[in-house]
Design a protein around this ligand. Structure first.
Ligand SMILES: Nc1ncnc2c1ncn2[C@@H]1O[C@H](COP(=O)(O)OP(=O)(O)O)[C@@H](O)[C@H]1O
Ligand SMILES: [Mg+2]
Length: 272
């Protein structure tokens, strides 16, 4: 995927490229102004943890990145290429948009696996049918990905037979199968039994160690503190605060961030 992860101090400047650029994103649902002029850059190998209270617009922002929701204003750039529009402003057709979307891996809270396909088929589906790649090669890669998320022996099973943690690890393998430029996670562990959260976070932590570029919406504060290169805190549709995890968790600058973090004292969020 990306160059191996290095700390910001040692990473050569030349490898720091902007993978994702959000410029002035606004989104309304009817009268509800959900995203208000949100701008955010994500560099190659960066792990951005997106935090904020329920209803503040985190999922909508992720969905605007891959145009599952079309922003009402603002632009999304993926490796310099504008989502939804060609150079000169010509609107993209569905095929071009699908091609761009295929470079963004999405991992959902409720897994969204195909119930009628085996685990292996779930992972192979998009590389085969979207990228039209060779079946033998795709199969080999899918098996390797399953081994990587610790599920080599589950290849021929159907999702219904897996635990939530296993389903989510398949969801991650499926996203990785497209070799995306960036991975987006929308509360990947909040539908899980607490016992199963750790195994999923471990996989995401490994990806971070390998230099994957990721935006992760999570309520797992300890995980965010450990894995994030940068924390972005949103409230009511705006980015309120953004900074290194040590700074954000140790000395949040705004009252809103302080209040948000106070709810997590004791380790579990008061309200999810
Ligand atoms: N498809 C939709 N139609 C109408 N309103 C929506 C839709 N999706 C989200 N919203 C509203 O947008 C706001 C932000 O929601 P969301 O992005 O899901 O927040 P979060 O992920 O931070 O909990 C909420 O007020 C929610 O009700
Ligand atoms: Mg959400």
């Amino acid at each position: 995927m990306n160059a191996l992860h290095q700390s910001p101090d040692t990473a050569p400047v030349a490898t720091q490229t902007k993978v994702l650029q959000l410029q002035g994103i606004s989104k309304w649902f009817g009268d509800n102004h959900v995203l208000k002029d949100v701008s955010l850059d994500v560099m190659n190998g960066e792990v951005v943890c997106l935090l904020g209270p329920s209803g503040c617009g985190k999922s909508t922002l992720l969905r605007c990145i891959n145009w599952l929701e079309q922003p009402n204003a603002g632009s999304v750039f993926l490796n310099g290429q504008r989502m939804g529009a060609h150079k000169g402003g010509l609107k993209m057709n569905d095929a071009d948009l699908a091609q761009m979307r295929s470079r963004i891996g999405m991992v959902f809270q409720h897994f969204a696996l195909w119930p009628h396909l085996t685990v292996l088929q779930n992972i192979m589906q998009a590389p085969l049918h979207v990228l039209k790649r060779d079946a033998g090669e795709v199969r080999q890669e899918a098996l390797a990905l399953l081994a990587r998320v610790g599920l080599a022996e589950k290849a021929e099973m159907f999702p219904a037979r897996l635990s939530g943690g296993q389903k989510q690890r398949v969801g991650i393998a499926r996203a990785l199968a497209m070799k995306p430029d960036i991975l987006l996670f929308d509360e990947p562990t909040s539908a899980l039994d607490p016992m199963l959260v750790g195994e999923v976070l471990e996989v995401i932590r490994d990806l971070a160690g390998e230099g994957a570029t990721m935006v992760i919406v999570t309520h797992e504060m300890e995980f965010a503190r450990q894995v994030a290169s940068r924390v972005v805190f949103m409230d009511a549709g705006v980015v309120v605060e953004s900074g290194a995890p040590a700074q954000f968790f140790g000395a949040p600058q705004t009252q809103r961030a302080q209040q948000f973090l106070a709810r997590f004292h004791g380790g579990t969020p008061a309200a999810r």
